[in-house]
Design a protein around this ligand. Structure first.
Ligand code: NAG
Length: 111
């Protein structure tokens, strides 16, 4: 009986491993898929970190309204207009969620 239990535990562990293959690439533990979201403001700046301080988190450029951008995940950063969330692009830059379509963060994991 004990043997059977051990055998079944082993079997379920094995099928768990089969059902959850290690994701390819990145080497990161989190399995992040980019999500494409629309920029909702003209001149939406993308920054090196999630704060509006130009010294600390300089903008590396800006997006035009309507641009579709790939986002990987979101972080809590400086609160802008009551919104503390920033979406991280596939290039590793941050855009305040006040400049991105509202439904975007619900599709993203936390970074
Ligand atoms: C912006 O960041 C710099 C460098 O960290 C800091 O010295 C400065 O006080 C900050 N400015 C504001 C307005 O918070």
């Amino acid at each position: 009986m004990k043997f059977l239990f051990t055998f079944l535990s082993f079997l379920s562990l094995f099928s768990f491993i089969l059902a959850n293959p290690v994701p390819q690439g990145q080497g990161s533990a989190s399995n992040q898929e980019p999500r494409t979201c629309k920029i909702t403001a003209d001149g939406a700046r993308h920054r090196k970190c999630p704060e509006v301080n130009d010294t600390k988190c300089p903008a590396t450029g800006s997006y035009a309204k309507g641009t579709m951008i790939k986002f990987m995940c979101y972080v809590v950063g400086e609160t802008v207009k009551g919104n503390p969330y920033w979406d991280k692009t596939s290039k590793g830059e941050y855009v305040s969620e006040t400049l991105v379509e509202e439904s975007c963060r619900s599709k993203l994991p936390e970074c």
